[in-house]
Design a protein around this ligand. Structure first.
Ligand code: SAM
Length: 224
């Protein structure tokens, strides 16, 4: 998401005409789809295999959450890759575009859309195999005014996602942290709430560049 719009503001960048511009941008479509393909490679990353065996990646059918699905560029790739997809977005202006495009998507019957906040998704516990979030996850703390508040929100969200995932479920998050502190808040929130995993930076020399969190639900974890 860095080239054309380096610092999108939530929610304004995704409302009204901005949502139309977003959805009709060829550059954005390419960028989101390319990143989704990369996220799927990370979902199967063998470094995650080593952590927390046994694995359930080959379970069928595989439900995947697209957290902050926007206008559905990532969703489309997930459907084409054979997943049953639950797309979640908090803005009607964005998710309504997916509804309009759904009929033209491959495997459209494997798609459910939910207008909801990432923190309050009406799904049963342990009902989801995996989750991805592309260029959306950092917005969960957009209202936070202090580091303490940011940390609290990030912890609550990680805790909540833990309950939705099946054992060994994986999450891949792509985002552009503002600084090392923000990266640490998100990364630690998962580590302290039942996940194992690690950070991958596309360009290790760039502090605020494209960053991926590769996460896997731990089997033995006692929630506090
Ligand atoms: C860059 S856009 C979507 C990118 C998406 N991967 C795509 O392919 O279009 C980010 C999205 O995150 C959504 N979002 C931000 N905060 C959210 C939250 N708390 N819960 C759900 N969605 C959220 C926004 O509404 C916006 O549609």
């Amino acid at each position: 998401m860095s080239k054309h719009d380096s610092t999108p503001k939530f929610p304004n960048s995704y409302l009204g005409n901005n949502s139309l511009d977003y959805d009709s941008s060829i550059w954005m479509e390419r960028n989101q789809k390319k990143t989704t393909i990369l996220c799927l490679q990370y979902l199967y990353d063998e470094r995650l295999d080593i952590l927390e065996k046994p694995d359930i990646l080959k379970d069928e059918p595989s439900f995947i959450l697209d957290l902050g699905c926007g206008t559905g560029f990532s969703t489309e790739i997930l459907l084409e890759s054979g997943f049953r997809v639950v797309g979640v977005d908090v803005l009607d202006d964005m998710i309504s575009k997916v509804k309009n495009k759904k009929n033209h998507m491959k495997n459209q019957n494997n798609l459910e859309l939910i207008l909801a906040d990432i923190n309050f998704i009406p799904l049963r516990r342990s009902s989801i195999n995996h989750a991805i979030s592309i260029s959306a996850y950092n917005f969960i703390t957009h209202k936070a005014e202090s580091i303490r508040e940011k940390t609290k929100i990030a912890n609550n969200t990680a805790k909540y996602l833990y309950t939705l995932l099946k054992p060994n479920g994986r999450i891949i998050i792509e985002f552009y942290p503002k600084d090392d502190n923000e990266l640490d808040i998100f990364s630690s929130s998962f580590k302290t709430n039942g996940f194992t995993g690690f950070v991958v930076k596309q360009n290790p020399n760039q502090k605020s560049g494209q960053t991926f969190l590769l996460l896997k639900k731990r089997l033995l974890y006692i929630s506090q």
